[in-house]
Design a protein around this ligand. Structure first.
Ligand code: FES
Ligand code: FES
Length: 159
């Protein structure tokens, strides 16, 4: 099946009902995309499909013919976000981190913290606490500077 993977045209053979998550990891050797729940609940497997964040564990490979798929390996601005996550201590086991960075990459640089919370509501971290994650995104220049100092802790996270 032909599609665009991280900006390059590819032709990958896999069963159309195979999960996109597994195709990426097993057939494309892109293991940056992680599996957490496998049920669409945690966001660890987040990739961009035609520019929109999706849970790759819920997408059958047959649906991506001709689409643009972007994984953590191909995210624009990834290095700045990764460096910010390290600096802020926003990652521990790291399982959630690629998905968070992929989701955060879609945010406007002018996004408010409320918008950040809403955008990341589908990305669950059970280790770190969300304050560090929000500070990391702010550090990477993706949150309006006016509200950076007010980055909240886990209790303020959108559900
Ligand atoms: S592994 Fe896909 S949402 Fe959890
Ligand atoms: S760092 Fe472990 S789940 Fe987020």
């Amino acid at each position: 099946m032909r599609f665009i993977l991280n900006g390059k045209a590819v032709d990958v053979r896999a069963h159309p009902m195979k999960r996109l998550l597994d195709v990426l990891r097993e057939d494309c050797a892109l293991t940056g995309t992680k599996e957490g729940c496998g049920e669409g609940e945690c966001g660890a497997c987040t990739v961009l499909l035609d520019g929109q964040p999706v849970n790759a564990c819920l997408v059958p490979f047959g649906q991506i013919r001709g689409a643009r798929v972007t994984t953590i390996e191909g995210i624009r601005g990834r290095r700045a976000l990764q460096a910010a996550f390290i600096k802020e201590g926003a990652t521990q086991c790291g399982l959630c981190t690629p998905g968070l960075i992929v989701a955060a990459s879609t945010l406007s640089p002018r996004a408010t913290l409320d918008e950040v919370r809403a955008s990341l509501a589908g990305n669950i971290c059970r280790c770190t606490g969300y304050g560090a994650i929000y500070r990391a995104i702010a550090r990477a220049g993706r949150v309006g500077s006016k509200r950076r100092a007010a980055a909240p802790g886990r209790k303020a996270r959108a559900s």
